[in-house]
Design a protein around this ligand. Sequence first.
Ligand SMILES: Cc1ncc(COP(=O)(O)O)c(C=O)c1O
Length: 402
Amino acid sequence: MQTKLISDQEVQQYRAETKGTKERIHFNNAGSSLPPDVVVDTVISYLKEEAIYGGYETEAKYSQQLNNTHSLIARLINTDEGEIALVENASSAWGIAFNGIDFKPGDGVIISEMEYVTNLIGYLNAEKTHGIKTKIVYNDEHGNFDLQGLKNAITAKTKLIAVTHIASTTGGMIPVVEIGKIARKYNILYLVDACQSVGQVPVDVKEIDCDMLSVTGRKYLRAPRGTGFLYVRKQILDKIKLSFIDGFAVKSVSLDEFKLKDDARRFELYEKNRAITLGLSKAVEYALNIGIDRIWQRIQQLATLMRRQLNHIDGITVHDIGDQQCGIVTFSVSGFEAPAIKAKLAEKQINVSVGQAHSTLIFMNKHHLTSVVRASVHYYNTEEEILLLCNELGLLLKTVIA
Ligand SMILES: Cc1ncc(COP(=O)(O)O)c(C=O)c1O
């Protein structure tokens, strides 16, 4: 079935429903997107109700909507609500999953060159604490993940394949579905960092066939900061050890023993920020109403336009490589450090960010990059905004040549 394009009229509607779009040109969606007004209003009015009626009383009033958050997320990534745990961010989600694995000395972990800094630290730490051995599968010369290299790297000791679907500092993507087929064939645990992809790209955990997937709320999902979730496949719930358990995580407790909840809520703690949980719920609903396929289609169109325009400017080098690229556009501007470009554009009410080497260290070192300018588009951005960004960059470059 063909995806119906997001029309100009709809873009205008989404912009009208997002206050921030009137103030700035926001190309820092990979940092944190502008939330729709309904998300912000939900959080604020929930907090106000808590202040007047009491936290527990307000929770009771909204219990159905709060509980519905798991189901909405489950719909988003095509799974059951019992496989979702709400956590504060993608790093917590990833940490619960990775550190829950029962590693033995000599166990192998295969990773890609696109790994996020938190994950890299996790591997280095587990090398020290558990004696795991990490192998990196590098992308080929075109920037594509080397599937044959992955097959070659697998041994009888390989316990986990862990990849980052979309890295923090490059527009290329990892073929998570194809990797999932290999992981399943060799019966190896499979963990996907989908922090930058959920909300941007259709992510279907059944299709990817992963065991665990970590996600944040504030980026492409347009949810409040401090939200995130972890997906854990039902069949491996009991394989993931918990290092800290509170009363919410158990279904029963006596003086002699406790029994964990049967579903992924065992990875949650009782106390969480209900206001932003409801905000996350609204953000997921908002994305589902538009349709992730349509969001992805528009993001690709905008990112292609941005790369094309940037490539036409003398003095700009676009760094994104690989056959499949996403809404994260990274580049360098001759004569300027990335932080200077960010600061100059901020003077013109244009938000971009700086991708630091340490965020995606293996990739950045391989490409001899210390930092890049990162302009990340979302569906509510417009062609005009892209042309304005490119125009400003062109003017900045003229100041160097003059
Ligand atoms: C690819 C990737 N993974 C994980 C994270 C960590 O997400 P969080 O800050 O929500 O813990 C980030 C954050 O930028 C990221 O880009």
